[in-house]
Design a protein around this ligand. Sequence first.
Ligand code: ADP
Length: 267
Amino acid sequence: LFDALADQAALAIERVQLVSDVDRARLAAETDRLRGALLSSISHDLKTPLASIMGSAGTLKDFHENLDDAARLELLSTVIDESERLSRFIANLLDMTRLGSGTMEPNYALHFAGDIVGTALSRATKITAGHVMRVSIPQDLPMVKVDAVLLEQVLFNLIDNAAKYAPENTAIEIRGWADGDSIRLAVIDEGSGIPADDLERIFDSFYRVRKGDFVRAGTGLGLSICRGFVEAMGGRIKAANRTDRTGAIFTVSLPIAVQQPISQEIK
Ligand code: ADP
């Protein structure tokens, strides 16, 4: 990721033929500053779960004889949860690298978006266990030409956020509909929503609304990956707040590939 960013910065600097030495020095300093900020953010996100894993595993090793089953189980759960968090973070970084290096070539095929919503939901069953899930995708929703893996990741990230930022026992709704020459997929939650000033910025890498809130494990990468993937497939993604009550709405628009579903064409 650093190399991809540094290459991009170096290219940008080279392209500006007329910059003076002073400007050049300033640009180089800015690149260094960005690299530093990125490095410290990434180190923090790697170090925090690692510290928990090492602490819990160390306690288990040193005191296992004095611990009851419940305490041992709790320490083991911490090891597993924090390992999952680490692995999610590393997967996010790899996705970012693919996007940043411009090597991502979507693997297009015709899909019924409802199927991809279904796969994303089944991957998220553990995450959404405490929420009430409602899905309404009409069977006659037009097909879209997308990379199923990328769209599934986008939906997974949005569902993961809805479950993370909206309290337990609230509803998460996934709705699909056709609108002109696109289909829309919305993930709607009953959380506290997003401050108006942050609605665009949340799509920036490493941007988090509640900076000190480490209770909700996150990297600030999920939504920038969503935007990168959706735009790579020729679609758009936007965030809004609900008007009927508090809560966020994330809407993905994707161009319709075939006006009628294949099943109807065959009839
Ligand atoms: P992460 O969740 O790892 O912090 P994201 O890029 O997925 O990173 O989200 C960026 C920020 O946007 C989050 O930290 C959170 O502040 C805000 N956010 C995302 N989804 C929601 C949501 N459904 N409700 C409220 N805030 C949200």
